[in-house]
Design a protein around this ligand. Structure first.
Ligand SMILES: [Zn+2]
Length: 248
């Protein structure tokens, strides 16, 4: 864990001022790493705010090329980038905000053959894909490697957020033995401000877990409906017969 330079103390002064955060949490964040997959309407703000806060190392995975319908929410993109690889613009946008982050951008989405190697490079995963196939793949990788994962998902005006710590909290498969009924593959409704709001909350959880500051949403799920601004938090339980984490 490296000490802070004078420039870093100046840059992060306003968050170091937060009671209980201080230089110690800032040093821990500098020594920490996270994988964000993917970096669209949800993961884009997660990656950007982790970089802004001064995380030491960021691995971001997002495949494909930008489409016009991505632009209502993928705020790392620009309108002139349609048809080009999202990964290149993700790199440019993050480094424009914080050129000091050790950034790796991978132009692929997670699947069974790559997820474990990516997870092995980091301290924590922020799970932000639009499909439950990818989410389940990442869940298996973090459980196998006992790494924490911030689990954030949204649909239309609703969102949920929890922190998975394998062996301590439910894993994703405990919470969703099957993909939830609202999820029917690609193309669910998204308002960019909703995915962005959830992304900010997910970044807060990642920072808390990585620094030891505050009380992460371990064993608890925050569910909110931005149409009514109704926010609820409830306890979630492990399943002893979970096929993924039941043996831990
Ligand atoms: Zn489980």
């Amino acid at each position: 864990m490296g000490d802070l330079s004078e420039r870093e103390r100046a840059k992060y002064r306003r968050q170091i001022m937060i009671p209980g955060f201080g230089e110690e949490a800032q040093r821990r964040l500098k020594g920490a790493s996270a994988l964000v997959t993917r970096a669209g309407g949800l993961g884009g703000p997660v990656a950007l705010y982790l970089a802004a806060a001064g995380i030491g190392k960021l691995v971001v995975a997002h495949g494909g090329t930008l489409t016009p319908s991505n632009l209502n929410r993928q705020i790392l993109m620009t309108h002139d980038w349609v048809g080009k690889p999202r990964a290149d613009k993700i790199r440019e946008s993050i480094l424009r905000l914080n050129p000091e982050v050790d950034l790796t951008v991978i132009a692929e989405d997670a699947h069974a053959d790559n997820a474990a190697a990516w997870v092995a490079q980091v301290d924590l995963v922020c799970d932000c894909p639009p499909t439950f196939e990818e989410r389940f793949v990442l869940n298996e990788a973090v459980v196998a490697q006992r790494k924490p994962m911030v689990e954030a998902a949204m649909n239309s005006m609703e969102a949920y957020l929890t922190v998975i710590v394998p062996g301590e909290t439910p894993c994703l498969k405990c919470l969703y033995p099957e993909a939830p009924p609202w999820w029917s593959g690609r193309g669910f409704p998204v308002l960019g401000a909703v995915s962005g709001a959830l992304g900010c909350l997910a970044a807060i959880e990642a920072i808390k877990v990585l620094t030891g500051f505050g009380q992460p949403l371990k064993g608890q799920m925050l569910v909110f409906d931005t149409e009514t601004q109704d926010y609820r938090k409830f306890a979630v339980q492990r399943r002893a017969d979970c096929p993924v984490c039941g043996g831990l």
